[in-house]
Design a protein. Structure first.
Length: 416
């Protein structure tokens, strides 16, 4: 491999992530804005014919009057702004990032031989097919008789996402399963815009140009999909951020429970704001307490299932976070042997592991002093969560993790 290639991978990942976050901010911002606008509409005297409601907004020192029509205006305006590219570019950049990081570097992030020994190309095909199939099933649900009842559809859709998260744990690493759950939900959101919302808006515009009245079902269907997008936005953001935090994916078995609790919390936060924008006096403040309880439960589920919180070769629970191991002057010989064998090929000034150009996150584990300096990170990544080495690619044994645990607990058996 050319020496420049690992740096190319890192820069590509950074630039794609930058684009993805930027476009996501634009899309989510417009989504929240229009849900807020719908909730803040008010009836006023002398409104124009066909206007459903009016909302006055103030921003940046200016005043804005916004009106929404029950169906559409009688005459097509000369200039019409379409909100679609924020959604499209969020998905394009996100899918590109998924391919770049998870499919292009699947050995590190996606494939866990202990779960399913997939080849990189197989893992990529499984992931892409799963996203496409996931949207098809969701779309069929939305077009089934279940969709006549919004609450029932939401409940069935909720169960469907949780079920798919479980299926992903049977295919990928915990990290890969959680990111694909988020990617599936994001795919549903953008596909709603591309296949449902935008075509229905085009039909309405075409009807207006032809001097016809748009079919009300087009607006109703689009509004239902837009509402779905709004309520799953916060859970999707959690799934996307989770891949940076091993505490969320270190034990793949609890991912369905984590997804359940996060969806409940995120949806309730959005429910509060959607109601609050409509009438402050009727805001469901109880939603915050239930959402907080769901996140608190998610914390305990993840912590209890973390590998390091269970017995480690009979040593008992992993050392608490209050241990002062970060103040140790240097690591003992047996710890250095484990780290140099299983970790230092990546965490070195000049990594020798293929595909790694710089020590990940700047963590250097090449000397006893450096190992001691990063003891808290070693505890979190290699003892408590077993997130490192990624997918245990260097085959660190339970006995070796026990050596690290003893050292972190201050066991004097590990001599310098």
């Amino acid at each position: 491999m050319e020496a420049w290639f690992p740096y190319f991978l890192e820069w590509g990942s950074m630039l794609l992530r930058w684009l993805h976050v930027t476009t996501a901010i634009a899309w989510i911002g417009s989504s929240f804005m229009f849900m807020h606008l719908d909730a803040s509409l008010r009836k006023q005297k002398n409104m124009q014919p066909g206007v459903y409601g009016v909302s006055w907004q103030v921003h940046g020192g200016g005043f804005y009057e916004m009106s929404k029509y029950t169906l559409a205006p009688a005459v097509m305006p000369d200039h019409l702004t379409w909100h679609k590219w924020q959604s499209y570019w969020t998905w394009i950049s996100g899918f590109s990032l998924l391919c770049w990081v998870y499919y292009g570097q699947s050995t590190f992030f996606l494939i866990d031989p202990a779960v399913m020994p997939l080849a990189p190309w197989q893992a990529a095909i499984v992931g892409i097919v799963a996203l496409a199939l996931g949207w098809i099933v969701y779309d069929l649900l939305c077009k089934s008789p279940v969709a006549k009842n919004d609450s029932l559809l939401a409940l069935v859709g909720f169960g469907y996402v949780v079920l798919t998260s479980y299926v992903f744990t049977l295919l990928f690493s915990g990290r890969g399963a959680l990111i694909h759950t988020g990617a599936l939900m994001a795919t549903m959101m953008t596909a709603n815009v591309f296949f449902i919302i935008m075509p229905n808006q085009r039909k309405s515009v075409a009807a207006l140009i032809a001097g016809q009245t748009p079919d009300p079902k087009w607006g109703k269907e689009s509004k239902q999909r837009s509402t779905h997008n709004n309520y799953i936005t916060l859970p999707v953001l959690f799934m996307m951020l989770s891949n940076h935090y091993p505490v969320t994916y270190s034990n793949a078995r609890i991912i369905p429970a984590l997804v359940t609790l996060v969806i409940i919390a995120g949806a309730l936060v959005r429910y509060f704001y959607n109601m609050w924008h409509g009438d402050h006096d009727k805001a469901p403040w109880w939603a915050w307490f239930v959402a907080a309880a769901a996140i608190w439960a998610a914390f305990w589920v993840c912590m209890a299932a973390s590998p390091g919180m269970r017995d480690v070769i009979g040593l008992g629970p992993a050392p608490p976070a209050s241990m002062a191991s970060a103040n140790l002057p240097k690591a003992p010989a047996d710890v250095v042997n484990v780290v140099s064998t299983r970790c230092a090929m990546c965490h070195a000034p000049e990594p020798v592991f293929e595909g790694i150009g710089e020590a990940p996150k700047g963590v250097l584990l090449d000397t006893p002093e450096h190992i001691a300096k990063f003891a808290p990170a070693i505890r979190a990544q290699a003892v408590m969560t077993h997130a490192m080495p990624p997918n245990n690619i260097t085959e660190m044994t339970p006995q070796e993790r026990a050596v690290l645990a003893k050292w972190l607990a201050g066991d004097k058996v590990a001599q310098k």
